[in-house]
Design a protein around this ligand. Structure first.
Ligand SMILES: N[C@@H](CS(=O)O)C(=O)O
Ligand SMILES: [Fe+2]
Length: 247
């Protein structure tokens, strides 16, 4: 985990609703590219991402989606309308930019105790940076009936559970990276008193992923949804559909 995680010198937040400072650099891209080649994933695709906040609520992201040659710059107004308070039962996913179809930039707002189910990332690269609070990331191996540790259910029956690979606390300004070749994960805000906010970049964007039952390894395909898009709250009906955070 620590190899994929790095601290940034500056950055910070001005509260749950507005991003006031952001500086993300992912220096492990080369290593991840190599991994991808080894695992045969997405041949020919290379991705690299960094963001820099020029002034409050403006985030510029340079994103390379074309083999390291052509840099595309976009500017985003990042206004968090999401409420991280206890009235919402689960974290909210707020789409900031669709990157012309190349990536999704999303801000996640986590109330106290909010967390995801164990999930994959639909073969996408996932970068995340903590903008406020602390998040805990637990990584799991993909289910493999031959390797999964055994446990006993309430009736004493033998069952195979997902294997935990690592557990890490991601603190303010820390950055993490995961893709499906690394494994599955669950992310949680374990604090009882503090909300958390994180910035996520998914490349390519995806609209479905799998959630996994920790006790059996069984997976379910799940649609991912947004609580808000471009600063506008989405319909209640859309928000209430099943999300990866539903267990
Ligand atoms: N990948 C999750 C959030 S995470 O921090 O695991 C999602 O997009 O909802
Ligand atoms: Fe995730």
């Amino acid at each position: 985990m620590s190899n994929e995680k790095m601290r940034n010198a500056d950055g910070g937040t001005g509260g749950a609703r507005t991003v006031t400072s952001l500086n993300v650099q992912v220096r492990s891209v080369k290593r991840n590219e190599r991994k991808d080649k080894e695992s045969g994933q997405r041949p020919g695709e290379r991705h690299c991402f960094y963001g820099h906040c020029r002034k409050a609520t403006n985030v510029a992201v340079k994103f390379n989606a074309d083999k390291g040659r052509c840099w595309k710059e976009s500017h985003f107004e990042v206004t968090l309308i999401a409420d991280t308070g206890s009235l919402l039962k689960r974290y909210t996913r707020n789409l900031v930019d669709e990157g012309n179809g190349k990536f999704n930039l999303i801000i996640l707002c986590w109330g106290e105790g909010h967390g995801t189910a164990i999930h994959d990332h639909a073969d996408a690269h996932c970068f995340m940076k903590v903008l406020q609070g602390t998040l805990t990331e637990v990584r799991f191996s993909w289910p493999d009936a031959n390797k999964m540790p055994h446990n006993h259910d309430d009736n004493g029956n033998d069952q195979k559970v997902l294997e935990e690979m690592s557990r890490a606390e991601l603190e303010l300004n820390e950055v993490a990276y995961i893709n499906d070749s690394i494994g599955l994960h669950r992310v949680e805000n374990l604090s009882n008193i503090n909300p958390a906010v994180s910035l996520h970049l998914y490349c390519p964007p995806y609209s479905n992923c799998h959630v996994f039952n920790e006790l059996t390894g069984q997976s379910t395909l799940t649609k991912v949804t947004f609580w808000s898009k471009f600063g506008e709250k989405r319909d209640k009906e859309i928000q209430s559909s099943r999300d990866p955070e539903d267990n």
